[in-house]
Design a protein around this ligand. Sequence first.
Ligand SMILES: *[C@@H]1O[C@H](CO)[C@@H](O)[C@H](O)[C@H]1NC(C)=O
Ligand SMILES: *[C@@H]1O[C@H](CO)[C@@H](O)[C@H](O)[C@H]1NC(C)=O
Length: 232
Amino acid sequence: MKKQVRSNIFILITLFLGSNHLGVEAQPCKPSGWLRGREPPPKKCNPENDSECCIEGRPCTTYKCSTPVSHRTKAKLTLNSFEKGGDGGGPSECDKNYHSDNTPLVALSTGWLNRRHRCFENITIYANRRSVMAMVVDECDSAKGCDPAHDYQPPCPNNVVDASEAVQKALGVPRHDWGELDIYWSDERVPLQEPLALLGFFTSMVCQKMIVCVGYISISFSCLGFTLTYYG
Ligand SMILES: *[C@@H]1O[C@H](CO)[C@@H](O)[C@H](O)[C@H]1NC(C)=O
Ligand SMILES: *[C@@H]1O[C@H](CO)[C@@H](O)[C@H](O)[C@H]1NC(C)=O
């Protein structure tokens, strides 16, 4: 009986956190400005692997924010090299080091890196009916670009997960699709396999959370017309 109560509480906490999470970072994201493209000097900007180079005079939109992060955050998966001499420009933003492209690593757009709060976090990327965990080590700068620090590449769009070769392989992305693929990612470190996590995820999608406090704690969820109430 006691066990039952405890697991009920756990479910409710899962639901509570799950549904709470949706509201986080939910501000609209507008461009922060723009910058004028500058022609890369000779031997600058490595256009390998579909990397773009700035064009003289072409304006580029800049962003300091990205869309809110959820259980299914829509993004573009691009290819990045984290090795020295690769197309990633300088060392990784989070630890100022280079890394092997054989490890699952990603750079996130500026807004998603969230002032480095996501550095070293392991995110889960879903594509091709597969999922892979990858560590966040770098920024795909959406706010700046077309300068030596960014190898004369334009600012990143604000919806990019820029991933190492290891990530592309783990997801089974065909080589010709390396560079731009529609994917989802989430902060959850394990794919949602546990029934409880799945239930929490589902509920947070369809339920409206209401908290009523009368003396003791009472939490109530309203789902598709049904209401579930917990009295603590
Ligand atoms: C481009 O991709 C290939 C194959 O993944 C890799 O060997 C090479 O280092 C990459 N080049 C750059 C400049 O990142
Ligand atoms: C992410 O995963 C790596 C490799 O599995 C691990 O070393 C690291 O501690 C993890 N980071 C966090 C924040 O759990």
